[in-house]
Design a protein around this ligand. Structure first.
Ligand code: ACO
Length: 429
């Protein structure tokens, strides 16, 4: 008969310990009883970058990285991309179930009626240089929202959390679009409540002199699907940042600004921007083999390839390839696409990439679509941050309501000097 436990023998002391196994996991704190003597602190586990440490129990997203599976609340990403809308998916992620018709109408109403931002935000956007990166502006303006909504600090009040959720989901596109318009020196275009969530975003970005902006339905639909695909992705770097910062019980705007900052990095949400820069740098299909050679020698990284969890084709990348065709039918084929396809073709056959299980990730093709839709590369991570807000809030709320969670405080293995006396300046070499 098997028992759900692990028997550990500490060969230093000869003592044996029985550690319970639950959900294929042992609790790191159970290791603490393993001691050399009574004064010993006890055993810890060492896991830089959390390669094999579950930070929480979660019911939001499920990923099977070996088989290329992603589900939100149990629903396959492919079905949601085919049949849902971003706002409906955001509701599912946040509240756990698909909404009834009435719930969806109310949800859309509330989000739509929280899209305006305080006029003062325009004033400090004005303070940014014309070439300020929109992610920098977005991080700052999200953080600033906490100063406009001091009620947000009541994080254990469900009504307050609901209100901040409407505000964050509603205002993210407005902050993003205003940052974009600022970088162009264009007047801000205000939200249009008659448009869909992605349609209104396109309106705030691209409206010029027309009285009523009418988004191209193909682009509006493509953006909606891209938003669905980016809505959550379990314990990635930015979700972990949201949980980590939120665990100090700060307001959700400050935590969301931290999550957005995590997303900004080129190894996370900034990768789509880097993919485009890489493709432009490679320049032509003829240069692809020599670039791949440089990647294999360790000189470069193939941006948009590889993933900590997916060791198979990222299921989002498959859907995105299809949307790319729809967008290119309207906007014309992106000339960089052929280069991207050639990189994928070579990489999927090359021993270096095959043995390391490096496949295209979500970012490999999104940049090409965004560029064809008229977005500058600096807006790419912003286009990721907007939909990911629903995931961040869901992760934050799940963390807050989990009785097992406390302020996040990892341990370290101290490798520095032992105690030593202060050295006066004239005795230092
Ligand atoms: N190009 C070339 N080699 C790579 C790449 C890549 N893109 N990614 C991983 N490798 C190699 C590593 O050099 C390493 O090789 P080694 O075993 O010979 O040392 C091996 O594959 C394992 O790589 P790790 O860095 O250990 O993998 P990790 O899980 O830490 O990194 C990451 C995952 C950060 C996504 C990485 O694959 C990467 O940098 N990719 C490029 C950036 C990117 O596209 N990021 C977006 C990720 S998706 C998202 O955040 C939305």
């Amino acid at each position: 008969m098997t028992r759900d436990s692990l028997t550990i023998t500490d060969n230093r002391t000869g003592k044996t310990y029985e550690i319970p196994i639950t959900d294929d996991t042992i609790r790191a704190l159970d290791l603490r009883q393993i001691k050399l003597n009574q004064n010993d602190f006890g055993m810890m586990s060492y896991d830089p970058a959390f390669n094999n440490t579950a930070l929480c129990k979660s019911k939001i997203s499920f990923i099977d990285g070996d088989n290329g599976v992603l589900r939100y609340r149990g629903y396959p990403i492919e079905e949601l991309a085919e049949r849902s809308t971003y706002l409906e998916t955001a509701y599912l992620i946040l509240f756990g179930e698909l909404p009834t018709r009435k719930q969806l109408e109310e949800w859309i109403y509330h989000v739509t009626h929280h899209t305006f931002i305080h006029e003062s935000i325009k004033k400090f956007l004005d303070g940014f240089h014309y070439d300020a990166h929109p992610m920098g502006m977005l991080i700052s303006t999200i953080a600033a929202l906490s100063t406009f909504y001091p009620d947000a600090r009541h994080i254990f009040d469900a009504d307050s959390r609901r209100k901040q959720t409407y505000r964050l989901i509603g205002k993210m596109p407005t902050l993003a679009a205003f940052a974009y318009r600022h970088s162009l020196g264009m007047p801000f275009a205000y939200p249009d409540n008659e448009l869909s969530y992605p349609g209104n975003f396109l309106n705030m970005l691209f409206k010029t002199t027309e009285l009523k902006y009418r988004p191209n339905p193909t682009l509006e639909h493509a953006l909606d699907i891209l938003f669905i695909l980016h809505a959550d992705h379990e314990q990635n770097c930015s979700a972990a940042a949201m949980r980590n910062v939120g665990s100090s019980h700060v307001d959700p705007y400050s935590a969301c600004a931290a999550a957005t900052a995590a997303l900004y990095g080129p190894l996370h949400g900034g990768a789509n921007e880097e993919v485009l820069r890489m493709l432009m740098d490679i320049g032509s299909i003829a240069n692809v083999p020599s670039y791949i050679k440089r990647v294999k020698s360790g000189e470069k990284r193939l941006m948009g390839f590889g993933h900590r969890i997916y060791k198979n084709y990222d299921p989002r990348a498959r859907i995105i390839k299809r949307i790319a065709d729809e967008v290119f039918d309207v906007m014309g084929r992106n000339p960089l696409l052929d280069m991207a396809l050639e990189i994928e073709r070579i990489a999927l056959q090359d021993e270096y990439f095959v043995s390391r299980k490096l496949y295209p990730n979500v970012d490999f093709y999104t940049g090409l679509i965004y560029q064809s839709m008229g977005f500058p590369v600096t807006m790419f991570p912003v286009l990721f941050a907007i939909p990911r807000t629903s995931g961040w809030i869901a992760q934050w709320e799940e963390m807050l309501l989990d009785p097992e969670q406390k302020i996040a405080r990892p341990r370290q293995i101290y490798m520095g000097h032992d105690k030593r006396p202060y050295v006066p300046m004239d005795q230092r070499s």
